[in-house]
Design a protein around this ligand. Structure first.
Ligand code: URA
Length: 190
């Protein structure tokens, strides 16, 4: 991890932009490689993430690792973060104001990762990063472009754990992602 990213994390640990810092156990800043051509962005830390200080290490994280493996990637090759860095109590969705308060950290992470492609994990991240009122059921798997970065949203791994009927559509989205990653990135040459 770059020195700059470490310094950013150290500053983020002291953040008081919203009330979530007061109730969290650990900061869940991000994990992986920076720079990286692919960045994944989830919603916010859950119970296990809050205890371990790393994104996607609970049951949803296990499924995320399987999803990455399906397209021949490992989490160490990419960068993974969340829209909020501190766990919302009782696993509730992060509030709009909390995401806004946390956004400067995410923007700095994106600047340091310099991804060509950002995959939003679930509706909340897609609503924050792609467009307000993102319709995950209709718009998952579609490409969007903003400021020279391509975005796709897929169902959140937690949604796939709750509702296995969404999995085939997600496999199709992941195959589309792999096709574009093969064509436009060097991730499969590493
Ligand atoms: N769900 C998320 O959105 N992020 C995590 O880090 C874990 C679960």
């Amino acid at each position: 991890m770059s020195e700059e990213m470490k310094a950013l994390e150290a500053r983020c640990a002291l953040c008081g932009n919203c009330p979530l810092g007061a109730t969290r156990t650990r900061l869940v800043f991000g994990v992986g490689t920076a720079p990286s051509e692919l960045m994944l962005i989830g919603e916010g830390p859950g119970e296990q993430e809050d205890l371990q200080g790393e994104p996607f290490v609970g049951p949803a994280g296990k499924l995320l690792d399987d999803m990455l493996e399906m397209i021949g990637l490992k989490r160490s090759q990419i960068y993974i973060a969340n829209t909020v860095k501190c766990r919302p109590p009782m696993n509730r969705d992060p509030a709009e104001e909390e995401m806004t308060a946390c956004r400067p950290w995410l923007d700095e992470q994106i600047r340091l990762v310099r991804p060509k492609i950002i995959v939003c994990l679930g509706r909340i991240a897609a609503g924050e990063l792609i467009k307000k009122d993102f319709r995950i059921t209709r718009e998952h798997g579609q490409w969007f472009e903003k400021d020279g970065v391509r975005y796709m949203a897929v169902y959140h791994p937690s949604a796939l754990l709750r509702d296995v009927s969404k999995r085939p559509e997600t496999f199709a989205d992941l195959r589309e992602l792999r096709r574009v990653l093969r064509r436009d990135t060097t991730l499969y040459e590493q």
